[in-house]
Design a protein around this ligand. Structure first.
Ligand code: GDP
Length: 597
């Protein structure tokens, strides 16, 4: 029962910390954190930073990666002062700086099984700040106190929110509470929640809720849990289950007590005496006060006056409020708080970090902004072919899959055939298998765990393709089981060859030519069919003949940079390194798509 973060920290010794040099290469960082360079590059991409393996990054950027892996770091001060570079190895931080921190708990489970009621019941009985006048504020997370210890609860229950934050590269939850209504038993979303928690490698505590109802049957729930490989203690396993009633409050104390036990086993520690880092849980725009962000501090102490960055949003902390609406001066690891001072709205799941001064924070925000605009439409999907390359290179040993099939019978049949395909090089790990169309929740899970979705005789729910494209998740549909098995088997052997088809997205005709700068021209165009997305590959055709291939550097509608121009609309196109177009030329946007079998 450990989170991945703890496992890694454990490998380095539970109370040790990586001391980062002022600057280092991506490859050096990957060695320090014991991850493949590809993984580290992906983590950086999630933060809007595009780098190659041998590129230098500074320790602040590096700490975004280490935070995502749950590894504590600090900068080597001597190195930072002299500016010298000796980064072949990390150093170890004094273990005396580490203190226990509160566990962060998320509540998961099927709709109507009582997740919200349970969160309310816990909050009402055990709020951390009992002083008169403190009014509970809904800031996205709250803390309770039990037996003199604190527990942090995330206020947005459900596996979608849980996995969505994880898919942004952040690791927030230490313990998942799986709520199962005692009268209803395990339902489809309970199964999904179990799979999402398992994929995140987070310990699970089961709350068997609605025990006050006459139809409550906790034994049936335990039996059903065992069918999902969750063996509760009185079934000989190590999963803690607690009968509760969110309505009467029965069992809530036992639940909190058990959460503290799991937290203790997990040895959750953090160093409060370094500059803070954490994760944005929620953000909203207050009409009077401006952007307000709830952050969960994971390491260090956050204080008023600190320069903070999260995604591309940055600012200086003007005020901090706790979950009781009180102004506080500092926030410790494991604590949530609402910050005032960001110049724009960060997004939930963004990693937050404190920087030493305005110059650094502004510079990093600027770099991220630039990286974001040049890469926006080019999220690279993790494809089966890419997995093959990584297996070949020995970078990964597991092929993570999310499996969807038309009926429960075929789910089981396909799952068994796939799981049998374990090879010496790699094995198949099915994170979630279910019946029905591919959903957004499947895509989130695949994105958070770098999995590929395989569908047998199913389709995608509306809107899913766009989400998958945006998040860089590959969905492969099959109508013949044999072909699916064959592809996965070949992938494991490292033999799958991709086949590509060229897809024309749209065409625009050049109608006017404007000078932009010296030797640079803008093509004033009208889209004559389809759509022209920003950043797409372009063929320049004159009288039906291919003249040149390039891509779009900038796409404008009047003065505004836009993501896409559709049929019938006018736009200004700046091409990458090409200015010799003439009126009447056709700019054809296209992309390469892998052919499905
Ligand atoms: P959620 O969808 O999982 O967040 O579920 P809610 O917390 O909204 O609860 C769904 C319904 O179950 C509501 O009508 C609650 O009043 C009811 N409920 C929740 N917990 C209990 C409980 O312990 N006992 C009983 N009898 N009803 C409960």
């Amino acid at each position: 029962m450990t989170t991945e973060g703890q496992t890694r920290a454990g490998r380095r010794g539970p109370s040790r910390t990586l001391v980062l040099p002022e600057t280092l290469t991506v490859k050096q960082l990957s060695e320090l954190v014991d991850q493949s360079p590809v993984d580290v590059i992906k983590q950086l991409m999630r933060n809007g930073i595009m780098v190659s393996m041998n590129q230098m990054i500074d320790h602040e950027v590096a700490s975004l990666v280490t935070a995502a892996y749950g590894i504590r770091t600090r900068v080597a001060e001597a190195v930072a002062e002299t500016g010298s570079l000796n980064s072949s190895d990390g150093m170890i931080e004094d273990e005396a700086s580490f203190v226990s921190r509160p566990p962060v708990v998320t509540i998961l489970g099927h709709v109507d099984h009582g997740k919200t009621s349970l969160l309310d019941s816990i909050r009402n009985a055990h709020v951390a700040d009992r002083e008169v006048g403190g009014i509970t504020q809904h800031i996205g997370a709250y803390q309770v106190e039990y037996s003199g210890q604190r527990i942090t609860f995330l206020d947005t229950p459900g596996h979608e929110a849980f996995t969505s934050i994880r898919s942004r590269g952040a690791r927030v939850t230490d313990i998942a509470v799986l709520v199962v209504a005692a009268d209803d038993g395990i339902m489809p979303q309970t199964e999904e929640a179990i799979d999402h928690a398992k994929a995140a490698e987070v310990p699970i505590v089961v709350a068997i809720n609605k025990m006050d109802l006459p139809g409550a049957d906790p034994e049936r729930v335990k039996r059903q849990l065992s069918q999902h490989n969750l063996l509760v203690e009185d079934w000989g396993g190590d999963i803690i289950s607690v009968p509760v009633s969110a309505r009467t409050g029965d069992g809530i104390d036992e639940l909190l007590e058990n959460l503290l036990i799991v937290a203790e086993i997990s040895e959750l520690k953090a160093n409060p005496s370094r500059s803070a880092s954490g994760v944005v849980i929620e953000a909203k725009l207050d009409r009077k006060r401006g952007p307000m962000a709830t952050v969960l501090v994971q390491s260090g102490t956050l204080g008023v006056g600190d320069f903070v960055i999260a995604g591309t949003a940055w600012g200086r902390v003007k005020a901090i409020n706790n979950d009781r609406g009180r102004a506080v001066k500092g926030v410790l690891p494991g604590e949530p708080a609402e910050l005032l001072g960001f110049g724009s709205l960060p997004e939930a799941g963004d990693l937050m970090a404190v920087m030493p001064n305005e110059r650094t924070v502004r510079g990093l925000a600027h770099d991220r902004e630039r990286a974001k605009s040049s890469q926006q439409s080019q999220v690279r999907a993790l494809t089966l072919e890419e997995v093959v390359k990584q297996i070949d290179a020995g970078d990964i040993k597991e092929l993570n899959l999310v499996l969807k099939a038309d009926v429960q019978g075929s789910v089981e049949a396909v799952r068994q055939s796939l799981e049998r395909l374990t090879e010496a090089e790699a094995r198949v790990r099915i994170l979630h298998a279910g019946s029905g169309n591919v959903t957004e929740s499947d895509v989130l899970l695949a994105s958070a765990s770098e999995a590929i979705i395989v569908g047998f005789a199913v389709g995608n729910e509306i809107g899913v393709e766009r989400v998958a494209e945006r998040m860089g998740v590959e969905i492969r549909h099959y109508s013949i089981i044999y072909q699916m098995i064959d592809d996965v088997e070949q992938a494991l052997h490292g033999m799958l060859e991709p086949t590509f088809t060229d897809i024309v997205l749209g065409e625009a005709e050049v109608r006017e030519i404007f000078p932009a700068r010296r030797n640079v021209k803008i093509a004033g165009c009208r889209v004559t069919n389809g759509r022209i997305p920003r950043g797409s590959a372009i063929r320049i055709l004159r009288d039906g003949e291919l003249l040149e291939e390039t891509s779009i550097a900038s796409l404008r509608h009047f003065r505004d940079e836009v993501n896409e121009i559709t049929n019938g609309m006018d736009c200004g196109i700046l091409l990458e390194d090409y200015n010799d177009f003439e009126i009447g030329d056709i700019l054809q946007a296209h992309r390469q798509e892998r052919s499905q079998r």
